[in-house]
Design a protein around this ligand. Structure first.
Ligand SMILES: [Zn+2]
Length: 259
């Protein structure tokens, strides 16, 4: 059995003498201080959040950082466990009647008083890569729009993004966010891919689009910068764990000269 254990929002990993990391594995819990009743079993793995600072022999690593330290399947499972722990801790009582919520399946709970059922909710967000062809350029879509949002923890720049609102389709969210954040009209909207984003319970749906019309008009309550960049002048970018970065790399890799 693999043990996806957390201390606060950090994943606890086993570090080998050669410096490599792995998810601890074995029949019994690798952290002796952890009480049996705190352990959840999901999808054939065990997961728990540890209160105690004493989690030896494991090492705490920020979940996002673990992307670079463990294999992709384990990183994804760690994300799923983190989301389910977060959901579990935030649904102790029924929001309708205050009754105690009890587990009814691996991913659902039922209220012990009124019978109301709840499942984990995802916060769905869209992200859109916008490109344009600069005047006189022989290369199509040689420029990419990147923005810096106030919520970014570092100085990197990324794409326009935002949460889906009630009653909206994903496409409507994209058009609205682009207009709100940078005041531009876009065209040729296409689906790129999606990514589970367990920080703490997100689903990121990624699109690509081309600039249609308008001048950049910054939404200053949310953004500090929005600018067009060529491939050879890119600023600091999001890390490779994100679909945001995958879209930038994809754009940079597929820039080809016309025949
Ligand atoms: Zn209830």
């Amino acid at each position: 059995m693999k043990w996806f254990l957390f201390h606060r929002n950090e994943l606890l990993l086993m570090q080998a003498p050669d410096g490599t990391y792995s998810v601890p594995q074995g029949d019994s819990c690798p952290v002796h201080a952890l009480k049996e009743e705190c352990i959840n079993t999901i999808c054939g793995v065990a997961t728990a959040r540890i209160e105690s600072q004493d989690f030896s022999p494991l090492t705490a690593v920020p979940l996002r950082q673990s992307f670079f330290l463990i294999n992709k399947a384990d990183y994804r499972m760690a994300g799923k466990c983190a989301e389910l722990l977060y959901w579990n801790e935030n649904t102790l009582f029924c929001s309708a009647c205050g009754g105690k919520m009890e587990k009814s399946s691996e991913i659902s709970k039922r209220c012990s008083q009124c019978g109301r059922e709840v499942w984990p909710l995802l916060a769905t967000a869209v992200i859109v890569r916008i490109t344009r062809t600069s005047p006189g350029s022989p290369v199509r879509n040689d420029e990419i729009l990147l923005v810096h949002a106030k919520t970014f923890k570092r100085d990197f720049q990324s794409h326009v993004a935002g949460f889906v609102e009630t009653g909206e389709s994903l496409e409507e969210t994209v058009y609205r966010e682009v207009m709100e954040e940078v005041g531009l009209k876009i065209k040729n909207l296409q689906y790129f891919g999606s990514q589970s984003w367990p920080y703490p319970c997100g689903l990121m749906v990624a699109f690509t689009a081309e600039y249609d019309s308008g001048e950049i008009r910054l939404q200053e309550t949310e953004l500090t910068k929005a600018q067009w960049y060529r491939k050879d002048q890119l600023p600091e970018l999001p890390d490779k764990a994100s679909i945001a970065r995958q879209m930038i790399d994809d754009w940079a890799d597929t820039q080809v000269l016309p025949q």
